[in-house]
Design a protein around this ligand. Structure first.
Ligand code: ZN
Ligand code: ZN
Length: 307
């Protein structure tokens, strides 16, 4: 589908208080009207007129005409939000254009993946959540946050919310879905020469979204940590890996419990091994970091080579 309109035209449509009020009124009215199991309600012209301060019906009619097609849909029973209308109005209602309060530095559990020190601190930097090692002064994790996510949360709650969102993002990324825009991701396994990552896991899963240009990088073992085989393996051992933040994985790589290696060249294949106690889960990946095979291994049976 091609669209001839420029982004400036599309956003220019919103440079008008009445139109923003119309979108807000539609969202609020839909929220109040929608019953469980019903789709989003369409709002009749007269209902919108009641809720929007506009001089007369012909002015309202003009503004609605400008919004329909981009921000509103017109159906048999009235108006509802389009995808762009949804995104814009949620953005406005959540106040996510405001500046978030500053947070931290707040100590968090875990060790530095680069130097092994237990000296991690979380903070907000230019509206970006980051975890830094205070011993070697290196950033060890980062995740975008929204002002709505920061508002009314103390530092502990914010860390928990980032952990949850990042675990959910990893699960979507692993399935080739861009968490930001829903576009297709292309992923490749890369080995960065001179990478500061520990030798135990020298590979990165590198994903790019051609639609919105977001990039996502993670050590190969982290990219499989939220795979169902890993979730089940850890769950059986009393660990809910889906509630763990990526910086809590660092110690596993540092101490060589989580490892990755290239096991074939043509076509390239990789193996990630996540060990816990005497057991391990082994995941085979192709060059697009897709898991092609999983198996659980009991180390005492002797068939898991220690790396
Ligand atoms: Zn460090
Ligand atoms: Zn995207």
């Amino acid at each position: 589908m091609t669209d001839e309109r420029s982004a400036a035209d599309v956003f220019g449509l919103l440079a008008d208080e009445t139109r923003v009020e119309i979108l807000r009124a539609v969202a609020v009215a839909q929220y109040e009207l929608a019953g469980v199991g019903s789709g989003p309600a369409e709002l009749a012209f007269s209902e919108i007129y009641e809720h929007v301060p506009v001089e007369n019906t012909s002015k309202l009619s003009y503004h609605l005409g400008e919004l329909v097609g981009t921000y509103l849909r017109k159906g048999d029973d009235g108006y509802s939000l389009s995808h762009a209308g949804e995104r814009i109005v949620r953005f406005i209602l959540s106040g996510n254009y405001e500046r978030p309060a500053s947070v931290g530095p707040e100590p968090v559990a875990g060790v530095c993946v680069f130097c092994g020190a237990e000296a991690l601190e979380a903070s907000l930097d230019h509206q970006f959540f980051r975890v830094d090692c205070t011993a070697c002064e290196t950033q060890v994790a980062g995740h975008p946050v929204t002002p709505a996510q920061v508002r009314r949360r103390d530092a502990d709650d914010l860390v928990r919310s980032v952990t949850l969102r990042s675990a959910e993002d990893y699960r979507q990324i692993r399935r080739g879905l861009c968490p930001e825009c829903g576009g297709d991701l292309s992923t490749e396994v890369v080995h960065l020469p001179g990478s500061p990552l520990p030798d135990a896991d020298p590979f990165l899963a590198k994903s790019d979204c051609a639609a919105c240009l977001r990039e996502y990088n993670s050590p190969l073992t982290y990219s499989v940590a939220y795979h169902p085989a890993s979730i089940a393996f850890h769950w059986d051992r009393g660990v809910d890996v889906t509630t763990k933040a990526v910086w809590e994985f660092h110690e596993h790589v540092r101490e060589g419990r989580w490892t990755s290696e290239r096991v074939a060249d043509d076509p390239p294949a990789y193996e990630a091994v996540l060990r816990r106690g005497d057991d391990a889960v082994r995941l085979r990946l192709d060059s697009s970091a897709t898991v092609t095979r999983t198996e659980r291994v009991r180390r005492e049976s002797g068939d898991l080579p220690r790396s």
